[in-house]
Design a protein around this ligand. Sequence first.
Ligand code: BTN
Length: 255
Amino acid sequence: TRVLRTTFIGTDIRYYESVGSTNWAAKKLCLEGDPQSLNGTVVVAEEQTGGFGRLGRAWASPQGGIWASVILTPKLPVDSLFMLMMAASIAVARAIRRKYDLGALIKWPNDVYIGDRKAAGLLLELSADGDDIHYCLLGIGIDANVDVSQLSPDLQRKVTSIRTELGHEIDRASLLASVLREFESRYMILESGEYEPILREWKSLSLTLDNRVSIRTVRRSFEGTAIDIDQHGALIIRKDNGRIEKVVAGDCAHL
Ligand code: BTN
């Protein structure tokens, strides 16, 4: 299409009115077909009835949002896949900043915030055999035109949408096209073996770095200052006693 100025991502778009989860629909395509030939295929839906997020949490996906999954067969080592997430979060933040002049930033590990509210989330599911990647499913959820006042009271306190921020609806196809374009260029940088520029850009858009945070992992909770992130996506925290901790997976609240 004309809005979509990408080389391979989104040249094949599968559209659904309603689907359980675009990640499931994408997975089904991969199981039924050859993932290699689906590289870059995008599944989008107007609504999801079983949308999910990180740690298997439910993800509210009403009409008005952008709910999409990109099938990828990246030529990247499995241990650098967090860089894909970084490229995707950067893409969403950049697209929102460029198109609407909103100050979108990335909260570790992979949320896009506008102000102190979440506006988008990213999810990466992997099918691999050791170091052999069969496919990755990159889920992108953006509360584009979501009417936040229709969400649960709990979500209303934490979530915003672009429509809420701007006071009017946006063209979702055009935002998705920008996101995919911003993502594709960074994806290619990663596939060429260059991680440093992506890591640097992620840091420059980070809401988390240099902030005091409270961390909760399955095993422990602690507070400290987020001082860095490594290329595997681990957050580096300096605790008040000076000790340095590395957090690979968990929740991070800003203090
Ligand atoms: C998170 O913040 O925990 C990640 C949320 C990811 C949501 C997207 S919406 C499209 C795709 N389909 C899903 O069921 N989840 C992802």
